[in-house]
Design a protein around this ligand. Structure first.
Ligand SMILES: [Ca+2]
Length: 175
């Protein structure tokens, strides 16, 4: 009888160790994952809303920010990979659409409104042209997945992006 308990104890120890070492389970436990609200579309770690209302860049920017929730700052969409670019291009159905990229602060230095590092781009061939045709500092998707700059007071549709995954560490840090 004692042997049976010893075997069970060893078995329990092995199973317990296995579950602790299970990578994916541990990773999920570090995040709170939110569903996207109605009308928002999920893609990987974010929710996206296409807003089919012509607004200038500043108004579009504020409109997106107004959706922000605790630990989920919302901005005009940043686009950080070809996958994400394709997803958004499909979402907006080829309409001219503001994205969260601009060189408003320093001419020729493009930054994302949500603070994402600049890296991926999908410029239309020949762009950016800088301010060759006037003060064009705001970036939009132009008739599909490619980007070009335009005057920031132009009015067009836009797309907002809200994080779905909030790291638990962030939740405790930002209290
Ligand atoms: Ca510019």
């Amino acid at each position: 009888m004692r042997n049976v308990w010893q075997v069970l104890l060893v078995l329990f120890a092995i199973l317990n160790q296995k579950s602790l070492a299970d990578g994916p389970c541990r990773r999920i436990a570090r995040y709170t994952v939110y569903d996207c609200e109605p009308a928002w579309q999920a893609f990987k770690d974010n929710c996206y809303l296409r807003v089919a209302e012509g607004k200038n860049y500043s108004d579009a920017k504020q409109h997106c920010q107004s959706y922000s929730k605790q630990w989920r700052p919302t901005h005009l969409a940043s686009i950080l990979s070809d996958d994400e670019n394709q997803f958004i291009a499909t979402l907006i159905d080829s309409s001219d659409t503001w994205i969260g990229y601009n060189d408003l602060a320093v001419e020729g230095v493009y930054t994302w409104l949500d603070g994402s590092p600049a890296g991926y781009t999908n410029w239309k061939p020949g762009f950016p042209v800088g301010d060759a045709y006037g003060n064009q500092d705001c970036i939009h998707m132009f008739e599909g997945p490619q980007w070009k700059e335009f005057y920031c007071d132009g009015k067009m549709n836009f797309v907002c992006k809200m994080p779905r995954h909030v790291p638990l560490s962030k939740r405790t840090d930002s209290r």
